[in-house]
Design a protein around this ligand. Structure first.
Ligand SMILES: Cc1cc2nc3c(=O)[nH]c(=O)nc-3n(C[C@H](O)[C@H](O)[C@H](O)COP(=O)(O)OP(=O)(O)OC[C@H]3O[C@@H](n4cnc5c(N)ncnc54)[C@H](O)[C@@H]3O)c2cc1C
Length: 309
């Protein structure tokens, strides 16, 4: 008979890794399934400066430390595969199927699916992905040495990434649809101090223009409706995230209007035995610190649930 796991975690970002650590220490028979690379969104930035205990840490070092720590208590427990479906919601033993054709049976599930980057949905964006459009400064910043680029966004992530990009680029046009930023004042000032940024406020990109790669953008001022064109070599987009919940749409797991999972303060979803944690749940702050906290709660509750069966 195939193994029946105590718990299966789907998603190997900080939330999932912390859940794995707790499930391992709880001596459960649990695994984590990750579709890309361990670390989730943390790998899309260079340094982390706001995770308690580390004044500044390279993101890849932090991921390695988290992975090593989790595996210390849950040896050989990571599988690389994409979960495609969950079924048997009303049964004590639930079923998970993956894109490699594997089927897993488990008493409980922890959804730490995280989010993916939102696009700006303008003409040219899709066409030029990888040829001038990027969603990851760490991955692509070095390609824009001494060039002028545009960056879209006004939150902490956008400013963090803009500051990182100033190492390479000659100038950044930071385009934001409002006059005020959501980013913290510290980051706004730090970016200004580089002397490499020009803010283009109350504005949106209307079109991304180019032949084989991006050569310019058309920017519309949303107050005056005036459209101007700027020659740039690349566009970095940081306008927020979408929850990775397509897998559980139209299932008994309740989602909010924006398709984030609705979980209570103990990370219980609307289905018995299914827990959710990290950026994928409905909440206001999405950071490593609370993703890890959620993961600890979800795993502790899953352990209680398994014991109650
Ligand atoms: C540019 C940027 C900079 C940031 N900087 C900071 C910062 O400085 N400090 C900070 O605290 N936070 C920062 N954050 C936020 C932080 O990265 C997130 O809060 C954190 O990664 C959330 O962890 P998570 O585990 O919930 O989700 P994620 O890190 O998104 O991990 C989810 C994982 O689930 C996997 N997955 C999804 N669906 C499936 C499936 N069907 N099958 C298998 N695997 C699946 C994904 O591949 C992914 O690896 C930043 C985010 C961005 C985008």
């Amino acid at each position: 008979m195939s193994t029946i796991y105590d718990s299966i975690i789907i998603g190997g970002g900080p939330a999932g890794l912390c859940a794995l650590l707790y499930l391992g220490r709880g001596l459960t028979n649990s695994i984590l399934i990750e579709r890309k690379g361990i670390g989730g969104l943390v790998s899309s930035t260079e340094h982390i400066e706001n995770y308690l205990g580390f004044k500044s840490i390279d993101s890849f070092d932090l991921i390695e430390k988290m992975k090593e720590h989790a595996l210390e208590f849950a040896k050989d427990s990571i599988r690389y595969d994409e979960v495609e479906s969950i079924s048997d919601f009303d049964k004590e033993i639930k079923t998970i199927k993956t894109s490699d054709g594997d089927e897993y049976k488990t008493k409980s599930i922890i959804l730490s699916l995280g989010t993916t980057t939102k696009s700006i949905n303008v003409t040219g964006e899709e066409k030029f992905v990888g040829r001038g459009i990027s969603y990851c400064a760490t991955c692509d910043g070095a390609f824009y040495k001494d060039l002028e680029i545009a960056l879209v966004g006004g939150g902490n992530s956008a400013f963090d990434e803009a500051i990182f990009l100033t190492r390479f680029v000659k100038k950044i046009y930071l385009i934001h649809r409002r006059k005020e930023f959501r980013a913290s004042e510290v980051l706004v000032q730090r970016l200004k101090d580089t002397g490499k940024v020009e803010f283009v406020l109350d504005s949106v990109i209307e079109e991304i223009v180019g032949d084989n790669k991006v050569s310019s953008i058309k920017i519309k001022n949303i107050i005056s409706n005036e459209v101007t064109e700027k020659n740039i070599s690349g566009v970095f987009v940081f306008v927020g995230q979408n929850p990775s919940t397509s897998l559980i749409e139209n299932t008994p797991i309740k989602l909010n209007n924006e398709k984030y999972i609705i979980a209570d303060m103990n990370m219980h979803t609307s289905v018995d035995g299914i827990f959710a944690c990290g950026d994928v749940i409905e909440k206001n702050v999405r950071q490593i610190a609370n993703a890890v906290g959620d993961g600890a709660i979800a795993a502790s509750e899953a352990i209680k649930y398994i014991q109650s069966l």
